[in-house]
Design a protein around this ligand. Structure first.
Ligand SMILES: Nc1ncnc2c1ncn2[C@@H]1O[C@H](COP(=O)(O)OP(=O)(O)OP(=O)(O)O)[C@@H](O)[C@H]1O
Ligand SMILES: [Mg+2]
Length: 505
């Protein structure tokens, strides 16, 4: 059985009644009625009244044999000051959540001002989910049904455009989460991506992580899970690109014994296995189209059905999806369902490519080099490595199409090859060139630019032309006549024209 915890503000009426009827033997207001009718393991009350009034109230509770409440004093300049009420309520909820992470929270909204009730509803439907109750003289204690879901109906609109609202939102202060300390960064771009991730983490909303390969999408997904209320439950990774299409359904939802040849026993799928936790759908764009509608249903209704079963099972899970393709382009091309896209893209966090993160390369390089040095420190022959200034310079100027992963691999290779303590520029160069088929990387980059509509065929051609001209001029020792012949041109005037065009003159 989960512990039950009551959270409420203390209202003026109840306090006044306790003051004028110190020997009351019957419940006389919302809190006393709730305590009388329901059993709670702990009671947390917020109050803006003085000690004397509070003491009268608690002694009445004793007369009524109610549990001893923990009363926190909140300084309010007015009982309708939303900002102060919000801060005080969030603080108490955060305290309760850290002391009793597994407990069921029950919020009473009948005590206190309408501002207090509004704030409680907001918090109970977003940051610290829980049941909302009210009390009345006629009907006693009742659950309150809130026929809308703030996190789904309101938050998506907030995140709809990367507009000023989001930037303002993203720059507001948020509590620190140690879970994100694994994300090494210094750039403003990453600071704001982490801020958004922290904010989204504490709500149960779906998150879409977009970013090139190696930018840290999985690292983020794990940190988000760790910083969420689901942290003590499983985190399961589904790599949509790695599951054969005909096995996706069995993998996600499971199957019952005998439902197909080879189904020798009933098996639960990954979504059910992650119950209470997070499922990370990596490479979501690779999910077969017909499976996308099934996933939409699972996310929307929080139920799944095993293959061969006739009943639905309810599952509570948070979905985080990642893609290194721009999903909205996939939607426009008809390859990804629009309805699923909007369901997943409630909070969209874009991880910038490494080349756009000012100041991160040096920090990351130092961090990983330290790690690699540590790993090798046991071996007798190993000499601790450092990067020469020229090598560092190359790390800064390289474009890192494979992002952080490529940086790690490059450093690992360079350490293996360098025999002295210094890693030279040439060693970094050959570490980059050796395993990375540059042409493949370039074609990946071209694909990416095309999908993002940032590709210019004209610029690419001009880049090549510039390159050929410079090779020919090098070979000809600067003679335009000879260079033009090497380039297959009829006369050097043609070369001059081309040089003007590509601006090499
Ligand atoms: N900011 C960072 N700080 C420390 N390590 C990082 C950072 N970003 C990425 N890494 C590391 O780089 C590697 C690649 O990161 P990750 O697997 O999260 O990238 P990804 O975006 O999921 O890539 P892919 O799209 O190729 O799957 C991992 O080893 C991860 O721990
Ligand atoms: Mg990944």
């Amino acid at each position: 059985m989960k512990e039950k915890i009551l959270i409420s503000w203390l209202g003026r009426n109840e306090i006044d009644f306790a003051y004028s009827h110190p020997t009351a033997v019957k419940p006389f207001g919302p809190i006393t009625s709730a305590l009388n009718e329901m059993n709670f393991d702990h009671v947390y009350l917020l109050s803006s009244f003085n000690q004397e009034l509070i003491a009268r109230f608690t002694s009445c509770l004793k007369n009524l044999s109610c549990p001893n409440p923990l009363i926190t004093e909140a300084e309010l300049s007015s009982p309708m000051n939303f900002e102060q009420i919000y801060k005080a309520t969030v603080n108490i909820c955060s305290l309760v959540n850290s002391k009793h992470p597994e407990a069921a929270l029950i919020y009473l909204i009948s005590s206190g001002t309408s501002a207090m009730a509004a704030v409680i509803i907001l918090i109970a439907r977003t940051l610290y989910p829980g049941e909302i109750i009210q009390t009345s003289a006629e009907h006693g204690v009742n659950g309150v049904s809130i026929p809308f879901d703030i996190s789904v109906d309101y938050v998506p609109r907030l995140f709809e455009n990367a507009d000023a609202r989001i930037s303002a939102n993203a720059s507001a202060t948020v509590p620190g989460f140690a879970e994100f300390s694994s994300v090494i960064h210094r750039s403003e771009e990453m600071v704001s991506a982490i801020r958004m991730a922290k904010k989204a983490a504490i709500r149960s909303i779906p998150i879409l992580l977009e970013g090139e390969s190696g930018t840290g999408k999985e690292l983020f997904a794990r940190a988000i899970h760790k910083a969420s209320l689901k942290r003590s439950n499983p985190f399961i990774v589904v790599n949509c690109g790695a599951i054969p299409q005909n096995l996706v359904e069995a993998e996600l939802y499971g199957y019952v014994k005998g439902s197909f040849t080879g189904a020798y026993r009933t098996k639960i799928g990954v979504i059910e296995a992650a119950n209470g936790g997070t499922v990370f759908f990596d490479e979501i764009s690779e999910l077969p189209f017909e499976q996308q509608v099934k996933l939409l249903r699972a996310v929307q209704e929080k139920t799944i059905r095993k293959i061969g079963s006739t009943t639905d099972v309810s599952v509570d899970f948070r979905i985080i999806a990642a893609s290194n393709k721009n999903l909205i382009i996939e939607v426009n091309k008809g390859r990804f369902r629009e309805d699923l896209f909007y369901r997943l893209a409630v909070a969209v966090i874009k991880l910038p490519p490494l080349r756009e993160r000012q100041g991160d390369v040096s920090l990351l390089a130092k961090h990983f080099l330290d790690e690699i040095n540590k790993e090798h420190s046991e071996s007798m022959a190993f000499k601790k490595k450092t990067l020469t200034p020229a090598a560092l310079q190359l790390l800064y100027s390289y474009t890192w199409p494979g992002n952080v992963r490529e940086l790690i691999n490059t450093l690992q290779r360079a350490v293996l090859w360098s025999e002295s303590e210094n890693i030279s520029k040439e060693q970094i160069e050959s570490s980059i060139l050796s395993t990375n088929n540059l042409q493949k990387l370039r074609s990946d980059q071209v694909k990416h630019e095309m999908l993002n509509h940032t590709f210019s065929m004209k610029d690419e051609i001009l880049k090549d032309v510039r390159n050929w001209i410079s090779i020919a001029l090098d070979l000809s020792g600067g003679s335009k006549k000879e260079a033009s012949q090497m380039l297959g041109m009829n006369n050097y005037q043609t070369l001059t024209n081309w040089m003007k065009r590509v601006d090499t003159t």
